[in-house]
Design a protein around this ligand. Structure first.
Ligand code: ZN
Length: 198
């Protein structure tokens, strides 16, 4: 039975299709939205549409940005010879929050997972290898310590080894299976400083 009227139900249905939002949260959000001032709702809807239309991959590091080259890659103070490889933009944000990493990144947008049928061609590895033809001193692999993250790290290190570029892996201490974005800054920095050459 439709308790709320079709438009309200449609809004709840749309919201509950988002990750992490169950039926109850969707209902709460929908009620909140219909009681918000109309201009605020327009701002919210506008921000969603604008972000979706304008956000793309940085032409260098593949992170999400609304510019051709992201602010990190276009910052002249960043060390372009050190590239940290992360699984997604949220992991990049976690390292940026520490404020201590001065190199640049490469965002894979995923990890190799034979179980899920995700192969090397499904993540942004080709783009990384292209970058390595430039002047690079070190590649720090900071994929998660999950099975997929470790598989990806092994694969990348084997790929890079023949080029003679130094490859390192962030230290363990990052909980196994732990998403980088949930790990505190001190642990992240320790993992980075204690990285080991592969
Ligand atoms: Zn970039």
């Amino acid at each position: 039975m439709d308790y709320y009227g079709s438009q309200m139900s449609k809004l709840i249905e749309q919201l509950s299709s988002l990750p992490g939002i169950g039926g109850k949260s969707a209902q709460r959000l929908a009620f909140h939205i219909v009681h918000m001032p109309k201009e605020r709702v327009e701002q919210l809807a506008g921000a969603i549409v604008e972000a979706r239309n304008n956000v793309r991959y940085c032409s260098q590091c593949c992170t999400l940005t609304d510019q051709e080259v992201c602010p990190i890659c276009s910052n002249p103070n960043r060390d372009k010879k050190t590239i940290m490889v992360v699984e997604n933009t949220r992991d990049l944000a976690a390292y940026e929050k520490t404020g201590k990493y001065e190199g640049v990144y490469h965002v894979l947008h995923g990890a190799i997972s034979p179980m899920l049928g995700i192969g090397p061609g499904d993540i942004r590895l080709k783009e990384l290898m292209q970058r390595l033809q430039g002047d690079v001193d070190e590649v720090i692999i900071a994929t998660n310590s999950s099975l997929e993250g470790e598989t990806t790290a092994m694969y990348i290190s084997k790929l890079i080894k023949p080029t003679g570029i130094k490859v390192s892996r962030i230290a363990s201490g990052v909980p196994v299976g732990g998403d980088l974005e949930y790990i505190d800054e001190v642990t992240l920095l320790r993992a980075l400083e204690g990285r080991v050459e592969l």
